[in-house]
Design a protein around this ligand. Sequence first.
Ligand code: CTP
Length: 415
Amino acid sequence: MLQGRRILLIISGGIAAYKSLELIRRLRDQGAAVRCVMTEAARQFITPLSVASLSEDKVYGDLWSLTDESEMGHIRLSREADLLVVAPATADLIARMSAGIADDLAATTLLASDKPVLIAPAMNAMMWAHPATQANLAVLASRGVGRIGPAAGDLACGEVGFGRMSEPAEIVAEIARFLVKNQRLSGRRALVTSGPTREPIDPVRYISNHSSGKQGHAIAAALAALGAETVLVSGPTSEPTPAGVKLIGIETAAEMLSASEAALPVDVAVMAAAVSDWRVASSSTQKLKKNGKGPPNLRLVENPDILASIAGRSNDRPALVIGFAAETENVVANARAKRKRKGCDWIVANDVSPGTGTFGGERNTVHLVHADTVEDWPAMSKRDVAERLAERIAAALVPDTAAAPASPRVPGAGH
Ligand code: CTP
């Protein structure tokens, strides 16, 4: 099942580390090559000798070993793997991953990697529930890091609750599912626009909007997680760049259009950006000063419609062009009209009525408007909307690949 797959297993220090030995054995039974990195703390729980014997490879752990660095540095450890699995992932390593700290070989390898990462957390229930851990997990999720478990049950510390590392068999099944799912869009190219645009008035002022980029970035992350070569053209946001995504930062609608055109050809284009409809006809190169003659008259001109122009291309139109529509009333009817007007294939219509909390919020209620049908999706996190949309895209572009079951959600562990 995992024949030829190369897994870099990062073992951090928790009592669950003993399960990693069985995990290595099971992964090898499935045909995977397993190379291991152990943290200093992991060595307190299991010996590098057992890990080396089971993996039949050298065990890595020392950031400062000249031999390791010359033979197999942290960059190569990640480059030579298809997937990084952190099991057990302690609260400490999760925190270091979230903060981008690189103070040992495990953390440095994770920071220097552009490969997909799955974590199998293991910790005490109080540590799991702590807002610091939950915030760190949310950051990792927003960067596209996948999670397996933890499960509820008796913990080594004598307490009962969430925090038990998932069983090795379950972790192996999730790894296999992830790798299959991960490949469905491999060899395909995707373009996603996200965030607001900024249209300058003068060197210090601009016209913009409140778009957070959360939905667009989540879509880019979900497409990259399915293996698509993904270009994300985004206006200024505070969202982290998802793993495996090529970010092109722009400010104006004109820049977004040329960056989007430069990304062609692609198989799918998802235009989730909130593009400013207008720009100042001639923005001032000098700061506008109060000159005693009252406020300046700003003449606005219309910006190019990026969605319509990508959808209208004759030679290199993407096979699938998807737009967004922000509506407060007659959501589906307006979105249908917008789909036709802009010439795109699907429209994701969001209800942005006051009270839905869509703008800047974590959740979204959408309808996926096709040419003839409409899917009404329940309210869900923006990440779930992104994953479901990516699944629909994969099904449309590569219809013969069956959808893999979604990764498990852990009750009580909100994203
Ligand atoms: N869009 C674009 N370029 C523009 C304007 C919009 O690519 N200059 C895209 C957006 O990324 C989104 C869709 O078009 O996919 C939204 O279209 P728009 O006409 O702006 O709709 P709303 O934002 O819903 O606003 P309105 O209803 O006022 O038209």
